[in-house]
Design a protein around this ligand. Sequence first.
Ligand code: ARG
Length: 454
Amino acid sequence: MWTGRFSQPTADLVLKYGESVSYDWKLYEHDIAGSIAHARAQLRAGMLTEDEFCAIESGLQGILADIREGNFNWSIRLEDVHMNIESELTRRIGAPGAKLHTARSRNDQVATDTRLYCRAQIDATQELLRDMQRALVLKASEYADIRIPGYTHLQRAQPVTIGHHLLAYVEMLGRDAERLADCRRRVNISPLGSGAIAGSTINLDRLGIAEELGFDGVTENSMDAIADRDYIMETLFCLSVIGTHLSRMSEDLVLWSSAEFGFCTLSDAHTTGSSLMPQKKNPDVCELTRGKSGRLYGNLVSVMVAVKGLPLTYNRDLQEDKEPLFDSFETVSLALRVNAEMVAAMRINPDRCAAAVSDPLLLATDLADYLVRRGVPFRKAHELVGKAVAVSVGSCTPLNELTLEQFREISPEYGEDVHSVFNLGRAFELRTNPGAPNPDNTRRRLEYWTQKLS
Ligand code: ARG
């Protein structure tokens, strides 16, 4: 492929080692869009005649159509997506094709392509995030008032509702969407015109190119523009956080769908059987989502490590940025789609939830609050309730069934109305502060999200 200063062909193993076209072909739409914008700037600068530009544009559009239809022969001899397309263009249209690469290098070209790719994928991911949120909001509305224990340390802590619990994930995914939108602002800057490292003596209209490609601006330093991959790291971080949130939701659903919890039933379509044990119905989607979060972090770390020791500017190490980037987008996209479907098909089992939430110990903190309202300092109240819990556990009597006398023996601060604390409905009504699982709060938040996501 290389002519001029080379007297030997590239060794076969080097071709195999160095090619990226087997995966970076995925950038073809962006590569072609970038080339057309670049050619149009050459036309404006008088570097191409109208005819030459038209030949380039229609030649590239023909190549685009062929690639889309699967009629394009990618060759590793041509190393990457950029050279495959450029060489095919020249084969098809002759002389004008050889002018396309004027004032451009693969260094600014690949940075442009990956930025356009990130932007398109971020937009697609935003759609999928919304679908996932919608599925959760619908499920949360359906079972808004079903009460369950909330857990800390996976020990029963305080009562919450299915609505409140599922909305927690909606909030997390909402921040993920904001994070991606913010990341997109830094992704959407055009590096084209930075050349190999130091721009070009042939000055094309960078702003015009950027505008045609839908970029919000142009990079301000040619070395920075081709050397850095922070926009990829940031994107991979955003995707990793989405993976983390989905992974935690998965863990909740693994627990909820177990015989021990029984809070939910996942559909047959979203679970799998065992090759040996006929009774099994396994939450594989949840487990895979939990497992795949690992590779999302791996992709982020691999790009950060690949970049950290590189002297400015471009080094071939940077070619290693693409497979992790593609993999993370593909992984998150599939995870969001399958999880949205699984959540939509999930049923909640109200009886099992009711049984679990009837544990009166879930209201031990409410009992302490009751004493506080009667003037007992919280630390003292905490101790007095702890003593009541000890009596309850020691005598195998549920906390709410201790007699007034038993409470009074512990402390005269316990009043005649002490048993009123164990009214679950009241426990929810008292929690009126923003963010608490009060039914009105939940309804308001459901309305907010339903509207925002419509
Ligand atoms: N395939 C290369 C990459 O992904 C394109 C840029 C090549 N530039 C170079 N100077 N060899 O990084």
